[in-house]
Write a new protein. Structure first.
Length: 277
């Protein structure tokens, strides 16, 4: 099992690097918005956080979520291990249900003050580009790991579905946070199938009602179903302000140690209770 998981992780890393490279090049050639600060310090800190998070995950759960799926499968745990269904259907529904879990998790991180303290590190970025999709506090990553592990065990998610979901989630997070220019007609069609950059950018607005919308990372349907969908930002994509109103210190926002300390020093409560200026 360990050898199989190592092979899977190698494939995931290759796909991650390829998607990141494509998005970064696309941002350079056709940016949607001008950035408010230099890329170098932001990218250094955001990517530094990615490295730190991956080291922590390796130490705590060496076999990752695929390993959890293998254990659940071998033990006969979970819904899909208890019912008879075509394998392809199990994989399809597993990916869809895991995406719903991530949507609900995202909403919860906005609503619960303690969880928001960690999630606001993601929203404290004063620009939005491909690295923003990777900028999450280490404790948020660990909490998310526990939620995903519980969902995998309860659902009995097949290992193939876990790999598929993780690759899709990472790839679409980089895609929909990217500062790329998409023709409006293509965006209008795509956002029925996947969360687009224009759709998710609304979620990074400093206006409270916009921060509390468009929670989806991969599939766009949950926002429409649960009425958290907002079509466009009130200030327009070129005029909108990215980030949080209470955190506007550019030099601090770009420092890795500040991002790690932010949940413990921030006076903010949660995204729902924040007052509109």
């Amino acid at each position: 099992m360990a050898t199989q998981i190592e092979s899977v992780e190698s494939i995931r890393l290759i796909i991650f690097i390829a998607v990141f490279a494509v998005m970064a090049l696309w941002e350079f050639l056709a940016p949607r918005r001008p950035l408010s600060s230099s890329k170098a310090p932001r990218w250094g800190s955001n990517l530094g956080l990615v490295v730190l998070n991956n080291v922590m995950l390796r130490l705590i759960v060496p076999l990752g979520m695929v390993g959890v799926a293998y254990v659940a499968q071998a033990s006969g745990w979970g819904l899909f291990n208890a019912v008879e269904a075509p394998y392809w259907l199990e994989v399809l529904f597993s990916v869809i249900l895991l995406d719903l879990v991530i949507y609900l998790q995202h909403v919860t991180f906005h609503l619960v003050p303690l969880l928001w303290r960690f999630h606001l590190v993601h929203h404290a970025d004063l620009d939005i580009d491909v690295t923003t999709g990777l900028r999450f506090h280490t404790i948020e990553i660990l909490i998310s790991l526990g939620i995903k592990a519980a969902a995998i065990v309860l659902l009995g998610v097949p290992p193939v579905a876990v790999v598929t979901f993780e690759v899709l989630l990472n790839s679409t997070a980089m895609f929909n946070h990217s500062n790329i220019q998409l023709p409006l007609g293509i965006d209008a069609v795509l956002r029925w199938l996947v969360v687009t950059p224009d759709m998710h950018r609304v979620h990074h607005s400093w206006h409270k009602r916009e921060t509390n919308s468009n929670y989806g990372f991969n599939l766009p349907w949950w926002d429409r179903l649960f009425r958290t969908y907002r079509d466009q930002p009130q200030d327009g994509h070129l005029g909108m302000t990215i980030g949080l109103k209470q955190i506007r210190d550019e030099q601090r926002a770009e420092r890795l140690h500040w991002m790690l300390a932010l949940p413990f020093v921030s006076k903010s409560t949660n995204a729902t209770e924040r007052k509109e200026d």
